[in-house]
Design a protein around this ligand. Structure first.
Ligand SMILES: *[C@@H]1O[C@H](CO)[C@@H](O)[C@H](O)[C@H]1NC(C)=O
Ligand SMILES: *[C@@H]1O[C@H](CO)[C@@H](O)[C@H](O)[C@H]1NC(C)=O
Ligand SMILES: *[C@@H]1O[C@H](CO)[C@@H](O)[C@H](O)[C@H]1NC(C)=O
Ligand SMILES: *[C@@H]1O[C@H](CO)[C@@H](O)[C@H](O)[C@H]1NC(C)=O
Ligand SMILES: *[C@@H]1O[C@H](CO)[C@@H](O)[C@H](O)[C@H]1NC(C)=O
Ligand SMILES: *[C@@H]1O[C@H](CO)[C@@H](O)[C@H](O)[C@H]1NC(C)=O
Ligand SMILES: *[C@@H]1O[C@H](CO)[C@@H](O)[C@H](O)[C@H]1NC(C)=O
Ligand SMILES: *[C@@H]1O[C@H](CO)[C@@H](O)[C@H](O)[C@H]1NC(C)=O
Length: 906
């Protein structure tokens, strides 16, 4: 199916590129901005290596230079590799195949590269122009029309955003030239990858964020900050809103301006609130404008699981004499509060709108070439909600404003912050720093300071922002911590700021961050999470706030594996369990192979008999691992030492990865996804592997009442060993232990199945709120806590599931119907898949995969449930919804003891 290209064809040969990639020269038809308050990104770029174009920046930044040999990209932002991919010089299908990525020539990126574009403007009296940057990696010289705008000491760092006054340089025809310098993660403030994945050959160098041109009158406004103050009764008390922006008078005379604030909301405010004030700005000055008003009945913004996401728009405009607009800025905001507190164990609990908020989510990875797509992130955000997660952590990957806009709209919290392990954490006391990384110089503090100002300005108003971690693995030193905190404060930051994501130490003035980072990052058995006592030695188990941890799972399913692994790679996967693999973490990392994971798989499930058998066993392993982790944290929300938060490591890979993902690079949800989804259900019943008890979990704020829990145990032949119904009531935002199964599970012979079904007896059809099936062996895995390493805890005795390899075949019939009616009678795109087990044995771990008429995966897709285990004679219907435009035609079905089949959708 795939052509693995040889290294020679991957060489970049610019001389062979035909001269057809030309950008438009500046003419009156490509005027970029034409009125005050307008800001437009440079829409595309001509790109060339300085080794080819030379470095006469004065000459190259004159309009009219012949760039016909350059590469043209029609995107406002891309790293060098991102641009070359966009231009078709590389192809990611090919680069990601096997180890082709290794073959990209990185030498070509060891010299500066040039980004160039021409555009029109209409300069004139009273018109001012700024060039606005948001970060260029690693640093840049910026030239316009033959003159320098900024040097590489000023335009520095991936998050260094600045506004340069270019009024004196602009003309009708303009040429902008940006020379981007090579990037080292050790010396530069960039977006590094540590051990996440192989590093891109260009280290992310280039114009990674928009570069905008903004036109104003004589007064220029900085980003809009919005402060909200809510009353004690959030929904009923009036709220104060303060709008702030830094106004610069660009003229050498005092000017009297009218400043107007507007607050509006579609659907939540019948009419906009508008108010004005008149002030005088001294000559060539910068003044913080502050406008306050009261919103009588604020509509409160909630995380998705707790309520709606009302959004408001704020705008500030400045007019000068004769009511002429000089500039305007706007921002989206919402009314909500976020606070955090250390409990008596020094664990952090977040509070959203004064409710204790258990963080359940995962760590975000951008694309390895930093290609951001708002529509892709929107699909990812849909997955996050489908999973029942409420938070995404960004470790030094703050992306673009659209990410926060999508999170605001969908109700997902974002825990942003700086990254570990490279220049960002180059402190003398950092023991994990890569050796060549020099500690910060005076210039470095300045770069970090400017970065914090810029990011704070970008994030400040968004209701989705849960907080900012100014350190990850290590806390910033005594000079950097107050600097960061002051930068956030001066940008009116209103959510918690924590020193780091770990317990290694903290600056005295900030106190403990109350987050733990003690592993695991590689495979551990399900009981690991429930083994919480004594908590001093139980590392990542379900207590406190785990800022990055997981069982290292996330094996893609076969259809995805075949997209990026060669036949030889696929053989290695199941025949060479200890082999180092390219599609894991970096070569020097502890996660360059699947040894620990495979040792467990082999011991617990027996040696795989084929690739298909191996992949199926990985999906069972992954499902069991993520379910246990999310369930254990959810179940222990109200324990003596509460589990206050969990950030699974990670959400998805930056490239097609064999581990550390809830879903794979192609967005195919598999075992890890559906385990996490079961484990994160809003109302749920879970089994604690250590206490052998059942927990009722309630993560909602508004579902109350009687509940039934049906509990059944059957053996591998389908014989019922135990059956009972527990009646209980449920309370909001609470987890509790409801019953013990210790005696019911005392005499397991080989393996049994446990089914927990939570239902609401008051609802018309005794609605099933949660259905959850476990496979349990005679004994749980034995953990050797004393010999834990930072990334895993060894297992000395494995549980034994091999009996499940010999399950009698189950006869399951499957049918699929589309074009049904939704709950409110509307037609919907849901396909309903019904499964019936006609046998007297359980039908174990049935996977369902939606495909189109060519048998290709329909992605992205959400399933109500998947990897189902059916009881003897049980019948289940699940819905599946394609999120994209692909047309589903059939469902592929296979189970551990259910034969492979493809069912056409009727
Ligand atoms: C990339 O390569 C794949 C496989 O060779 C091909 O199917 C695909 O069309 C190419 N993509 C682009 C954008 O050229
Ligand atoms: C990328 O960064 C690494 C580590 O900092 C460095 O060794 C390498 O030379 C860099 N690559 C380029 C192309 O600059
Ligand atoms: C809003 O501001 C007014 C005037 O300063 C103050 O009295 C009131 O307490 C504020 N309301 C809130 C909710 O903070
Ligand atoms: C403002 O309007 C007055 C009266 O119409 C005019 O005399 C003056 O030139 C205008 N000023 C500017 C800056 O346009
Ligand atoms: C919590 O932290 C404080 C301040 O560092 C320390 O004095 C106290 O002993 C800690 N408490 C626990 C339970 O670790
Ligand atoms: C950070 O920047 C602010 C504002 O420009 C400045 O006042 C402060 O001194 C800077 N701090 C450091 C440590 O560079
Ligand atoms: C969860 O709490 C909500 C909110 O009060 C309640 O309505 C619902 O019944 C509870 N569900 C469970 C399973 O506890
Ligand atoms: C695992 O269980 C199977 C059958 O249930 C048994 O034959 C085998 O000996 C067990 N393996 C170990 C290592 O105990």
């Amino acid at each position: 199916m795939h052509i693995g290209r040889s290294s020679s064809t991957l060489q970049l040969l610019f001389s062979a590129i035909p001269g057809t990639f030309t950008s438009a020269a500046a003419t009156t038809s490509n005027v970029l901005v034409s009125k005050p308050g307008q800001a437009t990104p440079i829409p595309g770029w001509d790109l060339q290596s300085s080794a080819k174009a030379g470095s006469n920046l004065e000459a190259l930044s004159q309009p009219g230079v012949d760039t016909s040999g350059w590469v043209y990209v029609s995107t406002s932002k891309c790293t060098l590799m991102g641009c070359l991919l966009q231009a078709g010089i590389y192809n990611d299908t090919e680069l990601f195949y096997s180890d082709n990525l290794r073959k990209v020539d990185s030498k070509q990126f060891q010299v500066p590269w040039l980004y160039r574009q021409e555009f029109g403007l209409e300069p004139g009296t009273g018109k001012y122009f700024h060039l606005v940057t948001h970060g260029i990696t690693s640093r840049a010289d910026v030239y316009l029309n033959g003159k320098q705008v900024a040097d590489k000491q000023t335009q520095v760092g991936s998050y260094g955003g600045h506004a340069y006054d270019i009024t004196a340089l602009v003309d009708n025809a303009n040429a902008l030239l940006i020379q981007a310098y090579p990037t080292s993660y050790y010396y530069d403030f960039a977006l590094g990858w540590v051990d996440w994945n192989p590093w891109p050959a260009d280290n992310g160098t280039g114009v990674r964020r928009d570069v905008e041109v903004k036109q104003t009158g004589s007064v220029f406004l900085g980003p809009l900050r919005v402060l909200t103050q809510l009353g004690t009764d959030l929904e009923k008390s009036p709220a104060n809103v303060t709008l702030k922006s830094r106004a610069q008078n660009l003229e050498n005379t005092a000017v009297t301006v009218t400043v107007t604030g507007t607050i509006s909301s579609e659907g939540y405010a019948s009419q906009p609130i508008t108010w004005s004030q008149t002030i005088s700005l001294p000559p060539l000055s910068a003044t913080d404008l502050t406008l306050t008003t009261t919103v009588p009945k604020p509509a409160i913004w909630w995380p998705k699981q707790w309520g709606p996401q009302p959004l408001y728009n704020a705008q500030v405009s400045v007019t000068v004499a004769n009511n002429t607009l000089s500039d305007q800025v706007s921002a989206t905001f919402g009314f909500r509060t976020v606070t955090s507190k250390l409990n008596s164990y020094n664990d952090t609990t977040f509070f959203v709108n004064n409710w204790p908020f258990q963080v359940l989510g995962a760590g975000y990875a951008p694309d390895t070439f930093l290609r951001f797509s708002a529509s892709k992130f929107e699909s990812e955000a849909q997955y996050v909600l489908d999973l029942g997660f409420n938070t995404i952590r960004l470790e030094g990957k703050n992306e673009h404003p659209q990410l926060y806009e999508i999170a605001d709209r969908l109700g997902i919290m974002i825990l942003a912050g700086w990254e570990c392990c490279d220049k960002w954490e180059a402190w003398s006391y950092n023991q994990d720093l890569a050796v060549p990384t020099p500690v910060w110089t005076k210039e470095d503090y300045g770069i970090a300071n400017a970065s914090m100002f810029h990011e704070a300005g970008m994030l400040q108003s968004h209701p989705s922002v849960l907080g900012y971690l100014i350190g990850s693995d290590y806390w910033p030193d005594d000079k950097a911590s107050p600097m960061y905190v002051n930068a956030l404060k001066s940008q009116d930051w209103q959510t918690p700021v924590l020193a780091s994501a770990s317990r290694r130490g903290f600056p005295a003035f900030m106190g403990s961050p109350g987050l733990k980072m003690e592993g695991p990052y590689d495979w551990v058995p399900p009981n690991y999470w429930y083994d919480t006592e004594p908590s001093s030695s139980r590392l990542g188990a379900a207590f406190g706030f785990g800022s990055e941890l997981g069982a290292g799972v996330g094996t893609p399913d076969l259809s995805s594996l075949k997209k990026f692994l060669s036949p030889a790679d696929l053989n290695d996967l199941w025949k060479n369990p200890n082999k180092d693999l390219f599609h894991m973490s970096t070569e020097t990392s502890s996660f360059h192979n699947r040894k620990i994971y495979n040792a467990g798989l082999w011991k617990r499930w027996g040696a795989p008999s084929s690739l298909e058998d191996y992949v199926q066993k990985t999906q069972i392993t992954d499902y069991e691992a993520t379910r246990a982790q999310f369930e254990a944290y959810a179940a222990n929300w109200n324990s003596k030492r509460p589990a206050t938060g969990l950030i699974y490591w990670m959400l998805t890979g930056a490239f097609p990865s064999l581990h550390w993902s809830i879903w794979d690079y192609y967005m195919h949800p598999a075992g890890a996804y559906f385990g996490a989804k079961v484990g994160s259900r809003i109302e749920h019943v879970a089994y604690d592997y250590v206490k052998k008890s059942v927990f009722l979990i309630n993560r909602s704020l508004d579902k109350e009442g009687p509940r039934n829990i049906d509990i059944q145990v059957v053996d591998a032949s389908g014989k019922t060993l135990y059956s009972t119904t527990v009646k209980t009531t449920t309370k909001p935002n609470t987890s509790k232990e409801v019953t013990s199964l210790a005696s019911a599970l005392k005499n397991i012979k080989d393996v049994v199945f446990l089914r927990l079904v939570l239902s609401d007896p008051a609802s018309k059809d005794s609605d099933v709120l949660s259905r959850n099936v476990y496979w349990l062996s005679k004994t749980i895995d034995t953990l050797d806590w004393d010999n834990s390493d930072w990334f895993y805890t060894p297992v000395t005795k494995y549980s034994n599931y091999t009996a499940l390899n010999k399950l009698a075949a189950a006869n399951v019939s499957v049918s699929a119907q589309s074009g049904g009616r939704g709950p409110k009678g509307q037609s919907d795109s849901t396909v309903r898949v019904s499964l019936e087990n006609h046998s007297s044995v359980p039908a174990f771990f049935i996977s369902l995969n939606l495909v189109d008429k060519d048998g290709k995966d329909v992605l992205p897709v959400t399933w109500d449930d998947n990897y189902l285990t059916l009881w003897p004679k049980e019948k289940i219907t699940v819905g599946v919804r394609p999120l994209g435009r692909a047309e589903p035609a059939a469902v592929q079905v296979v189970g551990k003891n259910v034969k492979r089949s493809t069912v056409r959708i009727e």
